[in-house]
Design a protein around this ligand. Sequence first.
Ligand code: SF4
Length: 216
Amino acid sequence: MLSSRDILGAEGPLAQHIPAFAPRRPQQEMAEAVEKAIANSSLLIAEAGTGTGKTFAYLVPALLSGEKIIISTGTKNLQDQLFHKDLPVVRDALGIPVTVAMLKGRGNYLCTHRLDLAEEQGRFTSRKQVDQLLRIRSWSGRTRSGDTTEMGDIPEDAPIWSMVTSNGDNCLGQECPDFGDCHVMHARRKAQEADVLVVNHHLLFADMALREEGFG
Ligand code: SF4
């Protein structure tokens, strides 16, 4: 079996799969260090400059390891980029059947039950909100993930989102009529089953804090 260093080398599958790929020694060294850290269950802190190709340097050994891997990014934008762009490229180049999933905090997923409630109650403060709700309703019939970033033209901080997403206090859980099709539950199930899970620091540390208190 090829090592991470070989895979990132001039003759490796990444060079064959990605037209502009250029092998870089620092990238190969970082990949080797990550590979060893995973194999030895040890801690590694790696710092490398711009242009090293750090993302591929950790993705290659992570995907090759056969272990359950959690990758946490600093922002949700980076999380989306990693999941939608970099991960598929490396997975396809390696040609290995690794299942991947992305998980965000529950406030990032459409709650169809609260969408129904918002429509019934009709407490909107402007025409703009009504227009946004109509667009969200139309999108709700198309989306598979319910991830609100798919509706990029409605700002992340628009008040409408708090009406159609859930939090720990207003989610009905198993009592919910939409529980079977719930986007939050679906994302959590996929996260549990995946070999590689992409989260963000906010979610990771919130979960760690809850676990320390006996929840999570
Ligand atoms: S289970 Fe909770 S998050 Fe899911 S649809 Fe129902 S209320 Fe919304």
